[in-house]
Ligand binder design. Structure first.
Ligand SMILES: Nc1nc2c(ncn2[C@@H]2O[C@H](COP(=O)(O)OP(=O)(O)OP(=O)(O)O)[C@@H](O)[C@H]2O)c(=O)[nH]1
Ligand SMILES: [Mg+2]
Length: 242
């Protein structure tokens, strides 16, 4: 049996309920702070902490997803107007002011009104980022299940496939799940499981608060691989196995 590691359970203070994996993961995400913004890859600082990038078509809900996970309404710019995020925006995470991971909000692609030259420039910046960013640990691809994967999503999947094969983490977040009924949600997950090339798939809704804990726990695990988790937590996981 495979036991997936969990965020460590914090020791309960007297009277307080023990912290669960999702409260630890959400507490960690809540520490998010704006770090920097860059119009081009070479303006990004070189970092040695794990970076998790949010990518997807314009208006898919990337910035809203970051704000929901971090429980901060205005951390990333979210807007009804597509094309709102035009730079790579980095947010640092970590307790006690010690940065242990970074979230990257990338500009969306596929917005028809963007001039062709800008579109091409952005596709190049994005492809460069996804291929060369050394501390990139995981990619969260946001996809509105009412539209499914677009041609540009497919191109992105082709770009990252070799890195995923080498161990880059990959998650497809099916956004705006509140717009689907139960059976449509189930169907969307089944279809995406076939398309996600071995990556994880989660339903998500910022408005109906679907999937928040589950995505938070996954990101926590990406940023805190078992080898880095304190010995007692590893022992806890191995106790569970026996
Ligand atoms: N119903 C619903 N609407 C959502 C949800 N998430 C985001 N939206 C809406 O979708 C629109 C786009 O959201 P953003 O978070 O700005 O999308 P984005 O992917 O960052 O867009 P760009 O920055 O243009 O790439 C906004 O009007 C959001 O309110 C959701 O879970 N449910
Ligand atoms: Mg955005």
């Amino acid at each position: 049996m495979t036991i997936h590691p969990k965020p460590p359970a914090a020791s309960a203070k007297s009277g307080a309920p023990p912290a669960t994996a999702s409260t630890i993961a959400l507490g960690w995400l809540h520490t998010a702070k704006f770090l920097t913004t860059a119009p081009e890859l070479h303006f990004l600082p070189a970092l040695d902490v794990p970076e998790i990038a949010f990518v997807g078509r314009s208006n898919a809900g990337k910035s809203t997803c970051i704000n929901t996970l971090t429980q901060q309404k205005h951390l990333a710019f979210a807007s009804k107007k597509p094309g709102r995020t035009q730079h790579i925006n980095l947010f640092s995470l970590g307790k006690q002011g010690v940065t242990d991971a970074v979230l990257a909000d990338l500009p969306g692609y596929g917005y028809a009104a963007v001039p062709k030259q800008d579109k091409i420039r952005w596709q190049q910046v994005m492809a460069n980022y996804l291929v060369t960013r050394e501390n990139l640990k995981g990619i969260v691809l946001l996809c509105d299940p009412r539209h499914g994967l677009t041609e540009l999503d497919e191109i992105l999947l082709d770009v990252i496939r070799p890195r995923v094969a080498e161990g880059l983490k990959f998650l497809v977040v099916l956004t705006k799940a509140d717009k689907l009924n139960r059976s449509e949600q189930t169907k969307a997950v089944s279809i995406m499981n076939l398309q996600a090339g071995g990556g994880e798939v989660r339903l998500f809704s910022a408005t109906k608060r679907i999937g928040i804990e589950s995505v938070a726990e996954l990101l926590w695990l990406w940023a805190h691989p078992v080898a880095d988790v304190v010995e007692s937590d590893v022992m806890l996981a191995s106790d569970m196995k026996s």
